[in-house]
Design a protein. Structure first.
Length: 195
């Protein structure tokens, strides 16, 4: 099976990508390939994903996939957006990040709590690939007033999914992969890769 590097060390993302790409690719992490992280200096999800993919491919010599994703909250003028992983300060502190959104939205009334998860996925054959595949997808929902559910990671416990009438963290991995921003973006990417 062809190896592909995912420009991430996030175990939740690695798991999701391996599940969705099973049978086509073996997804390896940056840690496995001893790839150093690169500063995410882009101003958009696409720019950051491209920076990460090119870096991972350059250091590993493998085709690379990178996603940059986050949550965009309308009542917070689109925040945390590209800063989702470090919204509360420390990178990857899911607990602090979700709590900061809950705190900042305490006075936002029901009906004005709309949000979406956004995902940009980039695939490069090599570091200097002039024609990267770029796919973007969103997942509409609302911000809950308190956490609910034990599954998933990141903002899943406070993201209400109207189609399923529950928090993202209450969905099974299989359910989430069929409806989430990353799941939809990966399906679109797979369709492009098969071309």
């Amino acid at each position: 099976m062809k190896k592909i590097i995912l420009a991430s060390n996030n175990s939740g993302k690695i798991r999701e990508f391996n599940t969705m790409l099973a049978g086509m690719y073996e997804v390896v992490s940056m840690h496995e390939m001893q790839v150093e992280e690169v500063p995410e200096t882009g101003l958009t999800f696409v720019e950051n994903a491209l920076i990460k993919a090119r870096n991972a491919s350059a250091q590993s010599g493998l085709p690379a996939l990178a996603d940059d994703s986050g949550i965009v909250v309308d009542a917070l003028n689109g925040a945390p957006g590209i800063y989702s992983a470090r919204f509360a300060g420390d990178h990857g502190d899911d607990e602090a990040n979700t709590q900061k959104i809950l705190d900042e939205m305490v006075d936002v009334p029901d009906g004005q709590r709309s949000a979406r998860f956004w995902c940009a996925i980039v695939f490069v054959e090599h570091a200097n690939d002039p024609t990267p595949i770029i796919v973007q997808r969103g997942w509409e929902g609302e911000i809950l007033r308190e956490k609910s559910g034990e599954n998933g990671f990141g903002y899943d416990p406070i993201f209400y999914v109207p189609t399923h009438k529950k928090a993202s963290a209450e969905l099974s991995a299989e359910q989430k992969n069929t409806v989430s921003h990353r799941g939809k973006a990966l399906q679109a990417l797979l369709a492009e890769l098969k071309k």
